[in-house]
Design a protein around this ligand. Structure first.
Ligand code: SF4
Ligand code: SF4
Length: 375
């Protein structure tokens, strides 16, 4: 019989300084062993989410600080780890992503740690990790994540438009991999060139190591040969006219399973040296990658932590479902405690799928023992 994983939780009630949110996060971090870990001189990736510009639901930077301080007190060298996005936005290269992070308050003066984009300037830096999965035999983990000695994943638990909800597993899988991995997760269909935007400059030809992009006729359109394309995503970055289109997959189950396999690959690089903390605040319907944030669907709950990302997400999901849904939010019918909030928000998606698949491939267990540190 699989042993239950421990998930520690704290709520938000406060009547004295020791109840501050900073103190509560420190308490949680200690509960999962962050204070006792042998950090000495280790480079520690603290992976969070800086939020797309326009979004305001991402974790508060000041609440990352207690985690950073504990690692530093133990002699570790923490840095705030992020990777570039696949789509054009305010985080599609290291320069704009760092600017967005600073704008959102994640500068070193607040968090205590420098920002480092783990997949390089434009998302190309990945390290292949063998996983023997169903979709992949190997996955491209962002180099800075792979090279770090330890990983602390600080996630915002909320809804998600492709995977129903996003928490620790999503932050690991989608958040810690290179651009080519993100493309592979999102679609199995190769990119295409939008003739209406393409100025036929030919810049992308030089970036495509597969020789898949060409202009067959002198005045004709630029095209991508899907049989030659390896799905590396280089052309997406090289085109300054946003003329290369990602053919987003409508296969939500495939996207979820591919994301979970990437999460497995990332976790595989940190045996015994990965910790997970999730914020159950601002629980909005969509990911922090969108450039707005809707009304929260349940009241703020608090924080949770574990060394098992699957148990942590399973516990967070249950905690959200136990809440009373907020009137005026995007919830349609599942306001009653016990009803599945994310099934209501995203009825076409299978909410439990990422947990089931993550357990199946050995990323962790859905069986958890919840330990409320405030009792
Ligand atoms: S870089 Fe963009 S605009 Fe230039 S040829 Fe390629 S697709 Fe067209
Ligand atoms: S995704 Fe990579 S291999 Fe495919 S066309 Fe673009 S640059 Fe070439």
């Amino acid at each position: 019989m699989t042993e239950k994983a421990k998930v520690f939780t704290v709520g938000l009630r406060a009547t004295k300084p020791q109840d501050s949110q900073v103190a509560k996060i420190e308490k949680l971090a200690r509960a999962i062993g962050i204070d006792k870990f042998a950090w000495d001189k280790k480079l520690v990736a603290v992976k969070t989410h800086f939020g797309e510009r326009g979004n305001a639901a991402f974790p508060r930077p000041v609440l990352i600080r207690p985690v950073v301080d504990l690692i530093k007190n133990g002699g570790g060298k923490p840095f705030l780890a992020e990777t570039t996005t696949l789509y054009t936005g305010s985080r599609s290269n290291a320069v704009e992503h760092t600017e967005t992070a600073i704008r959102h308050g994640f500068g070193i003066e607040v968090t205590g740690a420098p920002i480092f984009m783990c997949d390089g300037l434009t998302g190309r830096d990945g390290h292949m990790v063998k996983i023997d999965g169903t979709h992949y035999q190997e996955v491209s983990v962002a180099s800075g994540i792979q090279e770090a000695d330890a990983l602390v994943v600080v996630s915002h638990f909320k809804g998600h438009e492709l995977t129903s909800f996003g928490g620790a597993i999503k932050n690991l899988g989608m958040g810690c991999c290179s651009r080519s991995a993100k493309l592979a997760m999102h679609t199995t269909i190769r990119p295409t060139v939008l003739a209406s935007k393409c100025v036929k400059c030919g810049i992308c030809f030089d970036w495509c190591s597969a020789g898949a992009i060409s202009q067959p006729k002198p005045d004709g359109p630029v095209v991508i040969n899907p049989n030659l394309c390896r799905g590396c995503g280089e052309c997406l970055i090289s085109c300054r006219n946003s003329a290369i289109r990602i053919n987003w997959s409508d296969d939500a189950q495939g996207v979820t399973e591919r994301m979970v396999e990437h999460a497995y690959g990332v976790a595989k690089t940190k045996p015994g040296s990965a910790f997970y903390i999730s914020f159950l605040m601002n629980i909005v319907p969509l990911c922090d990658c969108v450039n707005f944030s809707g009304a929260p669907v349940v009241p703020d709950i608090g924080f949770a932590a574990s060394t098992d990302p699957v148990a942590l997400d399973a516990c967070c999901l249950d905690m959200v479902n136990q809440q009373i849904g907020l009137v005026g939010s995007a919830l349609k019918e599942a306001h009653e405690p016990g009803k599945s909030k994310f099934c209501d928000l995203h009825p076409d998606l299978k909410t439990e799928l990422q947990l089931e698949y993550a357990e199946k491939i050995g990323l962790g267990t859905r069986k958890y023992e919840r330990i409320n540190l405030e009792q």
